[in-house]
Design a protein around this ligand. Structure first.
Ligand SMILES: [Zn+2]
Length: 477
């Protein structure tokens, strides 16, 4: 979850709620907190264009939506009444979605300001012990039925897992729970929307090795099939990329995984829980990918069957949007080295877009894609891989969609617009990228064949085939 809550508004809402004796309706808080769908500046036309008309034949997978966090139901939002929310059953259908990852954020701290010690620029960072905005959200959104969720991140995770099950069980939902490879296959064969449950941060996991492994076993049992160790800050498992301690103190750049984080990771790989490095710090990503790479290499030497899955579910790249939250070149290379895919997000802070309008999202998504290609073709990286005897990498096989829909992000598009986004990507050529960065436009044109326009095979890969490949290799069979 992006969760750029407006500090003053949230504080005001909190203050009002206390004064009002807990009578603030949850919808008011949600409207403060959840930057919702906004009408596009120009109508989005899709019908009559090739990718849109043939979208049924594409496998469309989105690696991250935070819809479970809010009190609205999945059946609430209809395409003809768009507003306040990006994902609903109808919008997923309209967007021809084949697989949606539903992630559960479990702590949402209020951000703080900091001064970048290198550049002197002001920025925001996320403290580990900041005021948790999920407390008021839960207090006014179902606390009577689920009192434990007010203060317990674990209870919030369990509630969101149960909620997804309720949505799946709804008659006529055409959602299918995806926990195994046969589930993935069945959803596709039946034309249903696969729903995979993920955790965004496992903040409560800790203790000795036995306790950590037991908790991961329990999370696997309740249906968690993808998880990031931490969210935006540092917890007992790993350091996050926007952590205040990290950003204020360059001497902490090496801080990454804890011993508990390593045990958790080991258990995830053993149980078919896909490792998500979104929100992890560069050092955390380096250490996580190293462990996954070693495990994959061991799996490849004989044992048939599952191989550990790794991906970056949602976010941007620093070559296009230089914020700490976005991936630097070394992190992209580490993800590629570990066989992972980079899910590129749509929201303003992932792409450095101003409007959140679909054409701008498509343009800056395409630039991010070219930045991933550039990282993959970096001679030093290729040299290291050749020395290690690694096979050549096709960067187009490592890119995916990672919207962050319903993640408190400002967007003028929603899940129903996925085919229109793919259509816009298909129509883009390298010269268009000059508007973002002339250097990336040159990289695009110098790629052989040019990176844009996307061939139908490459479009198919990033629309969902890449994400599906990682899931199919890693999920229990
Ligand atoms: Zn997130």
């Amino acid at each position: 979850m992006k969760a750029r809550f407006k500090r003053a508004a949230a504080a005001a809402a909190l203050g009002t709620s206390v004064l009002a004796g807990c009578s603030l309706p949850s919808s008011v808080l949600e409207r403060v907190a959840d930057n919702r769908y906004e009408p596009p500046s120009a109508p989005i036309h899709c019908e009559g264009r090739k990718v849109c008309d043939e979208a049924d034949a594409l496998y469309i997978a989105d690696l991250h939506a935070d819809t479970l966090l809010w009190t609205r139901e999945l059946s609430d939002l209809l395409p003809e009444h768009r507003g306040h929310g990006h994902v609903s059953l109808e919008l997923l259908r309209e967007g021809r979605t084949d697989l949606q990852v539903f992630a559960a954020p479990t702590i949402t701290p209020l951000h703080e300001g900091y001064t970048d010690p290198v550049t002197g620029e002001p920025g925001v960072c996320i403290p580990s012990d900041g005021l948790d905005l999920q407390v008021p959200l839960r207090l006014f959104g179902g606390a009577a039925r689920y009192p434990a969720t007010v203060l317990s991140p674990r209870a919030r995770a369990l509630r969101q897992a149960a909620r997804l099950e309720e949505w799946i069980a709804e008659p006529g939902s055409r959602l299918r729970r995806v926990r195994t490879v046969p589930d993935l296959d069945a959803a596709e064969a039946q034309g249903e929307i696969g729903a995979l449950f993920a955790l965004e941060g496992m903040h409560w996991v800790g203790g000795d090795e036995t306790a950590v492994r037991a908790e991961l076993a329990e999370l696997a049992r309740i249906g968690v099939r993808m998880a990031s160790l931490t969210h935006r800050f540092a917890n007992g498992l790993a350091v996050g990329s926007e952590d205040c301690g990290l950003l204020r103190d360059p001497s902490r750049q090496d801080a990454g995984l804890s011993a508990a984080g390593r045990w958790a990771l080991d258990e995830m790989m053993a149980r078919g829980i896909i490792v998500d490095v979104a929100h992890a710090s560069p050092a955390s990503i380096a250490q996580i990918t190293e462990l996954v790479r070693a495990r994959r290499a061991a799996a490849g030497t004989g044992a048939a069957g599952r191989i550990p899955g790794l991906l970056h579910s949602h976010g941007g790249v620093q070559a296009v949007c230089p914020l700490p939250r976005n991936l630097d070149r070394a992190s992209i290379q580490a993800i590629l080295d570990a066989g992972g895919v980079v899910g590129i997000g749509y929201w303003p802070e992932a792409l450095c877009s101003r409007t959140g309008d679909l054409p701008e999202v498509a343009l800056r998504f395409a630039a991010s894609l070219v930045a991933v290609i550039e990282a993959a073709r970096d001679p030093a990286f290729l040299g290291r891989r050749a020395q290690a005897g690694a096979a050549p990498i096709d960067p187009f096989a490592h890119i995916a969609l990672g919207s962050d829909f319903d993640g408190a992000v400002r967007l003028k598009m929603d899940a129903g617009d996925q085919p229109a986004l793919l259509q816009a990507l298909a129509e883009m050529d390298c010269a268009t990228l000059k508007a973002v960065d002339p250097r990336l436009a040159d990289v695009c044109a110098a790629t052989s064949p040019p990176a844009l326009p996307l061939t139908p095979e490459r479009l198919k890969a990033l629309a969902g085939a890449n994400a599906r490949r990682v899931l199919a290799a890693a999920l229990p069979r």
